[in-house]
Structures are given as structure tokens and as C-alpha cells.
Design a protein around this ligand. Structure first.
Ligand code: HEM
Length: 502
């Protein structure tokens, strides 16, 4: 020390040297320590407290991430507040995460808003073994109710007929389709989970649907995302409080419904997912590690209702808007329906196999309209090595689906709406690996096959019966394709006309 003191006569220089040595030591320790942020992919330098928030547009996080990828590549790190997340874009890197490392990236982050509305229960925001048990049960029960089989058709056809009647009642006059599509897809899922369909005008059903639509918008809004990053500032944001109030209201309805349902459960007549869950509860009652509790029954039923309603309804709304925008495509779909199905019966899932053009149109709607806009949110289940980087257990991962559905390396003209993305030179339907609107891997959409059946059967049933036009005074060219964005994307409110064919 004495030597050092004489060496650094000036005490200020000694202090600076100590500080530099300390900083160097910290960097070395961090870089070699296994949970170090220095071993995550590089990314923009974070500011204290806010991290990288100053360079993000939280209204369109997917677009912001795509912009940043131009500078930082397809895998980079972003800091939200003080939490680091790995961002992954494009088909190749996303496939690597979702499929090649399926088990390592199968968790959901415990975001404050999700935790508060679900208590970490149910299907979408649940964790670990509890999630696995709930997911396995839901998949097998939904299959028992026809999901993934042709038996689902009757249920969807019944709802298609109701929808046709509602549209006929407008007698070719302009109407808004959003509420009709929400009611239709809401009823398909209610018939499975609650064993009941509702009249489209039933005030309770109308309210439930409004709540789901509003919440899906709120989940994607900047205030809720800021609340997730800085929960202690919750009192400053209005949106999370509306979200929580809505959830309370939705909860109240489902609690009441399930209470009444329990009184009539009969193991010889299983009417719904709720019935099956209640019977499973009796079976599992005495087992240790029993996850079939009341909260999981309630939250998983509410999850299926919300997830099953909004996304499928948005797909249909986009599909009809595209048909109005591109009348020549609508005509080709109608010609294919006339040729394969005729007009004396409703189209079936078996017909889809020989209706390549219609199938391609629906696929292109799902690609181009990018229904789930909020990036996929995953978390590592264990310490993970990925592409030379180290991610400790619990590291968050964000994957915007738009970066896959618009990936220039996978699609000929990603920015153009063209069903030919799914057709070969002979007009035969072709599958595309980068068609991942339902995601992939362990947490892939649980309702994928139901959603696919609904999109095809409802779309073709309506196009068979009606020709869709813009409201009088609006030309096809003038139709606005700007999305109304939340966690999902829907078309802006717009009027349309449905004129019965023959
Ligand atoms: C066109 C309609 C639909 C689209 C585009 C869609 C898309 C998605 C996406 C992107 C995810 C996230 C997957 C991930 O994190 O990797 C998801 C999850 C989920 N979806 Fe869907 N979905 C649709 C319809 C449905 C339907 C009809 C149901 C109900 C039967 C449903 C139930 C769920 C559930 C429960 C999850 C959470 C899965 C989990 O975390 O294990 N979805 N969906």
C-alpha cells in the first residue's frame, strides 16, 4: 500500500484506478458466471430503470422488434425495465426455439397482469406440472367432444345455420359483422365447454362477448404492458383496472353457471367440458398432487371461452373483408363451392380436400392478417444453451409471429395478399412450413383443429349462401385494411352487405 501510495501521489488517480479495476472485475465475474446477462445475445444498451423502453413502440411491439432486428439480427436481447428478454424473429430462429428446443422454451412468464387475472391457473398462463395436467385433460376432453374429428361438423353446422338466419334478417342492407361473428364462434365454444348455446341477443351473452373483446384489446395496450414491467405504478394506469374489473364480471358469470351445472352432473350423460372436469374432480379427490381444483375448473373454462372466441371470429371478419376487397377471389371461391358442393347441402370438412383454392384463401387470410399480434411469450424451463448463448432458467423469450408469417426467405411476396402462396403451378394446395399462425411446440394453440374446422365451415357456409359487398357508397378499392390492434388484430369496424345468391 505504501508503495502504491507513493506511486499515486495524487489520491484522485488512485480512486479512479480502483474504480476501473472494480468495474473490470465485475465484468469478468459476470461474463463467466452462469446466470450472467453478458452471456445472453447482444442487443441495444439499456438505460437504468427503463431498460430499452425508450426505443420501443408498445402499441405495435411486433413492428418495433422487427425494426430492431435490422440492426441486431434475428436473435437479440432487450431489457424491459430491469428484466432481460431474448427476442427471436424469422422462421428459422423461431423454429429452432419452438420445435428444436421445445422443452426448454415451454414456460410462460409470470407477468403481473396475467397472474392477477388467472392466479397462475388454467391453460394459457399456468405453469409447470399444473399446466401439463390441465392441457392434457383439455386436449383429450375437447377431442371427446369432436375436436380434430369430423364429428365437430354438426355443432358448427348448427351454428352456421343460426348465423345465416341472422344475416338473412338484414335483407341485403348494411350491417356490422363483428358482433355476429363473435356470437357465432362464442356459441361454438360455449356448446363444448358449457353444453349450452345462447341466443345472439341474450344480454348476458352480449355482455360476456363485449368483455372478451375489450380484454383482448386491453391485453395488448401499452398501459397494461407498462403495468407488467412496473406493477407498483399500477395506480397510474386506467387500462389494467378496466381489465381486472372485466375479469371479475366474467368470473361472476362462470362461477354462477358452474355452481348450477354441478347440481345436474351425471356420469352417464357428459354434456360438456365442465361436466367432464367435475367428474374428474370426484375421481382425483383423494390423490396427492391433485390439480383438479375449483380455480383450475373456473380459469380453464374462462380461458377456452376467451381464446376460442376472439381469434376465430377475427379470422372470419378478415376473410369476409378480403372477399369484399378482392371480388374476383370471392367469385372463384363461389365457383369452387358450386362445383364441389352445389347448393343443396352445407360444405363439409371432407369437401376441403378437393377445394384447394378456398383452402388457400383461408390460409392466406391467416398469414396475411396475422391475427395474434402480441409476440408469443415464453420462458426457459431450465438453464439453456441456445445458439452459443446461455439463458438461465426463467429467462423470457419474445417471438413476434408476424416475423414468421412475413419472412422474406419463406414467402414469395410476403406483403401481398395472394392465395397462390399455398398453390402449386397446377392449382394444388401446398403446405408451407412457415405457416405458423397457431405457433408450434409444447404450447402450440390448443384449439388449432377446432379453429381450422370453424374457419373453413363457417366461411364456406356463408359464401355459399351470400355474395358480400362493401356498404353503398364505398368501393372495394377504398376499403381500409388497417387493423384494430390489441393482443389480436381485427378489421376496423366497417359496414358490409350480404346479398343472397339465387
Ligand atoms: C384462428 C384461431 C386461433 C389462432 C390464430 C390461435 C393462435 C394461438 C396462439 C398463437 C397461441 C400461443 C401459442 C404459443 O404460446 O406458442 C395460442 C394458444 C392457445 N390457444 Fe389458440 N388460437 C386460435 C383459436 C383457438 C381456439 C378455438 C381455442 C379453444 C379451443 C384456443 C385455445 C388456446 C389455448 C388454451 C392456448 C394456450 C395454450 C398453452 O399455453 O398451452 N385457440 N393460440
Amino acid at each position: 500500500m505504501v508503495v502504491l501510495y507513493y506511486f499515486f501521489q495524487d489520491i484522485g488517480t488512485l480512486q479512479i484506478l480502483c474504480a476501473v479495476l472494480l468495474l473490470f472485475f465485475l465484468i469478468v465475474v459476470s461474463a463467466t458466471w452462469k446466470t450472467s446477462p453478458f452471456r445472453m445475445p447482444p442487443g441495444p444498451f439499456p438505460l437504468p430503470i427503463i431498460g430499452n423502453l425508450h426505443i420501443l413502440d408498445l402499441k405495435r411491439l411486433d413492428k418495433s422488434l422487427e425494426k430492431l432486428s435490422k440492426k441486431y439480427g434475428n436473435v437479440f436481447t432487450l431489457t424491459f425495465g430491469t428484466t432481460k428478454s431474448m427476442v427471436v424473429l424469422g422462421y428459422e430462429a423461431a423454429h429452432d426455439v419452438l420445435v428444436n428446443h421445445a422443452d426448454e422454451f415451454a414456460e410462460r412468464p409470470m407477468l403481473k397482469s396475467f397472474q392477477k387475472v388467472t392466479n397462475g391457473k388454467g391453460l394459457i398462463f399456468s405453469h409447470g406440472d399444473e399446466w401439463k395436467t390441465m392441457r392434457r385433460f383439455a386436449l383429450s376432453t375437447l377431442r371427446d367432444f369432436g375436436m380434430g374429428k369430423t364429428t365437430i361438423e354438426d355443432r358448427i353446422h348448427k351454428e352456421a345455420e343460426m348465423l345465416i338466419k341472422e344475416i338473412e334478417a338484414h335483407k341485403g342492407q348494411p350491417f356490422y359483422d363483428r358482433w355476429l361473428m363473435n356470437s357465432c364462434t362464442g356459441n361454438v365454444i360455449c356448446s363444448i365447454i358449457l353444453g349450452k348455446r345462447f341466443d345472439y341477443h341474450d344480454p348476458i351473452f352480449v355482455k360476456l362477448i363485449q368483455i372478451v373483446s375489450q380484454n383482448v384489446k386491453l391485453l395488448g395496450c401499452p398501459a397494461v404492458q407498462l403495468y407488467n414491467i412496473f406493477p407498483f405504478l399500477g395506480f397510474l394506469f386506467g387500462a389494467p383496472n378496466i381489465l381486472f374489473r372485466n375479469m371479475q364480471e366474467q368470473r361472476k358469470f362462470f362461477v354462477e353457471f358452474l355452481k348450477l351445472n354441478r347440481q345436474t352432473v351425471n356420469e352417464n350423460d357428459i354434456r360438456s367440458y365442465a361436466d367432464a372436469f367435475m367428474l374428474k374432480q370426484q375421481e382425483e379427490m383423494k390423490k396427492p398432487d391433485n390439480y383438479f381444483d375449483e380455480e383450475n375448473l373456473l380459469v380453464s373454462t374462462m380461458n377456452l371461452f376467451s381464446a376460442g372466441l376472439e381469434t376465430t371470429s377475427s379470422t372470419l371478419q378478415w376473410a369476409f373483408l378480403m372477399m369484399i376487397k378482392y371480388p374476383e377471389m370471392q367469385k372463384k371461391v363461389q365457383e369452387e363451392i358450386d362445383e364441389v358442393v352445389g347448393n343443396s347441402r352445407l360444405p363439409t370438412l371432407e369437401d376441403r380436400k378437393i377445394m384447394p383454392y378456398t383452402d388457400a384463401v383461408i390460409h392466406e387470410v391467416q398469414r396475411f392478417c396475422n391475427i395474434v399480434t402480441l409476440p408469443l411469450m415464453r420462458e426457459t424451463t431450465c438453464d439453456t444453451n441456445f445458439r452459443g448463448y446461455f439463458l438461465s432458467k426463467g429467462t423470457r423469450v419474445l417471438i413476434p409471429l408476424s416475423s414468421i408469417l412475413f419472412d422474406k426467405t419463406q414467402w414469395e411476396s410476403p406483403e401481398k395478399f395472394t392465395p397462390s402462396h399455398f398453390l402449386d403451378a397446377h392449382g394444388k394446395f401446398i403446405k408451407k412450413a412457415a405457416f405458423l399462425p397457431f405457433s408450434a411446440g409444447r404450447r402450440v394453440c390448443l384449439g388449432e383443429s377446432l379453429a381450422k374446422a370453424e374457419s373453413f365451415l363457417l366461411f364456406t357456409a356463408l359464401i355459399q349462401k351470400f355474395t358480400f359487398y362493401p356498404a353503398p357508397g364505398v368501393t372495394s378499392e377504398e376499403l381500409d385494411l388497417k387493423p384494430d390492434v390489441g393482443a389480436t388484430s381485427t378489421p376496423q369496424y366497417h359496414l358490409m352487405c350480404a346479398v343472397p345468391r339465387n
